[in-house]
Design a protein around this ligand. Structure first.
Ligand SMILES: Nc1ncnc2c1ncn2[C@@H]1O[C@H](COP(=O)(O)OP(=O)(O)OP(=O)(O)O)[C@@H](O)[C@H]1O
Ligand SMILES: O=C(O)c1ccc[n+]([C@@H]2O[C@H](COP(=O)([O-])O)[C@@H](O)[C@H]2O)c1
Length: 215
């Protein structure tokens, strides 16, 4: 089976067990043959702490061991400016062709904000959208903007159906429940050992070696 490509974009400042669980869960559900991790330069967030290179290094460490090929895609950090996902998906389509199945992964927090993304409706012609539950963020109901809910629900399929189509469908992983954020980890790293259980050991070692996130 050729499988599809799961795409996971993020700030990863730092990468944590929630990101790894999100990637792993959808690789399993979709039957993806590749997870392409895309460290971003976010236009909706204040300045990040770690450098683009450090965030890419940490992602490389965190995602080894998944049951598929893992690629750290540096195109967004190499653009050297804040980027839009729609641009990245257009570049991937141009490079990979119209037939390959592309599945863009996100947590429920981003579904709630999807209507703020640049040209968000165009995303559906370029990729599938796959959304995982995240504690504190509903997957449906009044927290999802009505226009997003309409588009998302009309395209909803079982995850295993996505790999046989290039784009345009949606799916959910309602059973993910990892209550971790990079914000909490940055705070924990300043205060004590709590971060130990929230990020992969190899990433914690990297953070210590590079003296990241200290006061
Ligand atoms: N615990 C989690 N469960 C499910 N999805 C998550 C989780 N943490 C992050 N994600 C998703 O991973 C992607 C990248 O997230 P990001 O790098 O911004 O991490 P974050 O923890 O949300 O960061 P911050 O706290 O700095 O906002 C987003 O689509 C986000 O929804
Ligand atoms: O394209 C946009 O306008 C857009 C707005 C907000 C977030 N994103 C993407 O969503 C992913 C997660 O972003 P973040 O800010 O939660 O790290 C990452 O790939 C971002 O590029 C994209």
């Amino acid at each position: 089976m050729s499988g599809c490509i799961a795409l996971l974009g993020g700030s990863f400042d730092p990468v944590h067990n929630g990101h790894v669980a999100l990637g792993r869960r959808f690789v399993e559900l979709l039957g993806a043959s590749e997870l392409r991790v895309i460290p971003t330069v976010p236009w909706q967030k204040a300045a990040l702490v770690a450098s683009p290179q450090q965030r890419a290094d940490m992602a490389q460490l965190a995602f080894t061991g998944l049951p598929c090929r893992v690629v750290i895609d540096r195109q967004e950090i190499e653009r050297g400016k804040a980027t839009y996902t729609v641009e990245t998906l257009r570049a991937l389509r141009a490079a990979l062709g119209p037939e390959v199945s592309l599945c863009f992964l996100m947590g429920a927090d981003q579904l709630q904000r999807l209507d703020t993304w640049h040209a968000w409706r165009d995303l559906f012609s370029l990729a599938h959208l796959c959304v995982a539950a995240r504690p504190g963020f509903a997957l449906d109901g009044p927290d999802i903007p009505p226009e997003v809910a309409n588009e998302f629900t009309a395209r909803l399929c079982a995850p295993q159906q996505l790999c046989s189509h290039p784009a345009g469908r949606t799916c959910v992983a309602p059973d993910l429940a990892v209550d971790i954020s990079s914000t909490r980890i940055r705070a924990a790293l300043q205060g004590g050992p709590e971060a130990n259980s929230l990020i992969p050991r190899v990433v914690l070692d990297y953070i210590e070696q590079h003296h990241l996130y200290k006061k």
